[in-house]
Design a protein around this ligand. Structure first.
Ligand SMILES: Cc1ncc(COP(=O)(O)O)c(C=O)c1O
Length: 383
């Protein structure tokens, strides 16, 4: 058979490629520090597990849900967003998806087709870039400003008649860089002026250093003319394998998203939706405690990295991630990552997976650094 040129032309998932490096360690490999894929180390909240068990025993627990998701979950999430962002989000603004990756894919496909453009802030989350390319949509890269923060003023000259959206991830993956409400508002105003969408991937919204609203856009009367906010319950509720996330957008865009969702999944997994509902309504305290633990890892990481172990420099830190510059300017980052695996049993993501070129950077999933591991990581860098 002949395969599509478009998928053939796209590289394999960078996460798979990173884990393939572990084969280089051979059978006697030492104690691995896995800081590549970011995933919670702890199990879901007991309230979530108990609810899932009840649903699994229910004769209706395996049925499809409505395409946009369980009404009680859409309602609970809309209420939570309205409270946390001090704005107005209704259940009709929410479509539940099988994770935030699916949320992005469906939204991008509902907004843009082959030949269209989406302005993508660098460094990007690689699945965003991959999805756009797989669909013939041209990612137009927005270089970061100071402190790795993108600026609306730099995005304006990139907008053309083919532009359909500006895409931001905040807190960022891979840098952790977290935009303030004013800066997000400037992007929304820019998108509004040009009649295009502002897509905000807010996967890590609960892992910020403040409990204040991440932005004020949901408080604007017609926010849904411009804003599309994407969410994940994977990290927040420690249920990445349950596959639940959400699109928060206008009913008109959501209608288009549901056409696509119906074709690719019919609905997000019911069991995952039930888990998310239990997490939102019964495990708020648990969520705060877990987010506080990860904030503690970030603070300790910043302290330890201030000494620049091995010459590695901390460029940015936030949410789940740290972004480092390695001290080997003449070498390819992939080679440095390979050496860290083979010689130091330490797996991180090469920054080149998140950029169109190699800028000598690495992504570290600080979320994965449990007790005592930060010091061990620094020791290994020093060696
Ligand atoms: C920025 C960003 N968006 C989306 C996702 C995917 O999340 P989900 O597990 O909900 O599909 C991730 C996961 O790493 C992410 O970092």
């Amino acid at each position: 058979m002949r395969l599509s040129e478009r998928t053939l032309g796209q590289a394999d998932s960078p996460i798979t490629a990173a884990y393939d490096l572990l084969e280089l360690r051979g059978p006697g490999g030492g104690d691995l520090l896995d800081l590549a894929q970011a995933a919670p180390l702890y199990p879901p909240a007991p309230q979530v597990t108990e609810h899932v068990l009840r649903v699994a025993r229910d004769p209706g627990g395996g049925r499809y849900t409505d395409v946009p998701g369980l009404p009680q979950l859409r309602g609970a999430f809309a209420a939570e967003l309205s409270r946390d962002y001090e704005g107005v989000v209704g259940p009709g603004n929410v479509v539940v998806t099988a994770g935030c990756n699916q949320a992005f894919s469906l939204v991008a496909s509902a907004l843009a087709g082959p030949g269209d453009e989406i302005v993508v802030a660098l460094p990007f989350y690689f699945n965003h870039d991959m999805w756009l390319r797989l669909n013939g949509v041209r990612p137009v890269y927005l270089e970061p400003g100071p402190d790795l923060m993108p600026l609306a003023a730099d995005a304006e000259p990139l907008i053309t008649p083919r532009t359909r959206a500006i895409l931001l991830v905040t807190p960022g993956n891979p840098t952790g860089a977290t935009l303030g409400p004013d800066s997000i508002a400037a992007f929304a105003a820019l998108a509004g002026r040009h009649g295009i969408a502002l897509i905000l991937d807010e996967t890590y919204r609960s892992f910020r250093d403040t409990g204040a609203p991440a932005h004020r856009l949901f408080g604007e009367p017609d926010w849904d003319r411009t804003v599309v906010s994407l969410h994940s319950f994977s990290k927040e509720l420690a249920i990445p394998g349950y596959r639940v996330g959400a699109v928060v957008a206008s009913p008109a865009l959501n209608r288009e998203v549901c056409k696509l969702l119906d074709c690719v999944a019919i609905c997000a997994p019911r069991i995952g939706q039930e888990a998310a509902w239990a997490g939102l309504t019964r495990a708020r305290q648990w969520r705060h405690e877990r987010a506080a633990e990860i904030a503690g890892h970030r603070a300790r990481f910043a302290e330890v990295m201030a000494a620049r172990p091995g010459g590695y420099e901390l460029l940015s830190l936030g949410g789940y991630f740290a972004w480092l510059r390695h001290p080997f300017p003449g070498r390819s980052t992939m080679e440095v990552v390979r050496d860290l695996v083979v010689r130091q049993d330490t797996l991180v993501m090469p920054g080149s997976a998140f950029l169109p070129d190699d800028r000598g950077t690495l992504r570290v999933s600080v979320s994965n650094l449990g007790h005592g591991m930060i010091e061990r990581f620094a020791d290994r860098l020093s060696r």
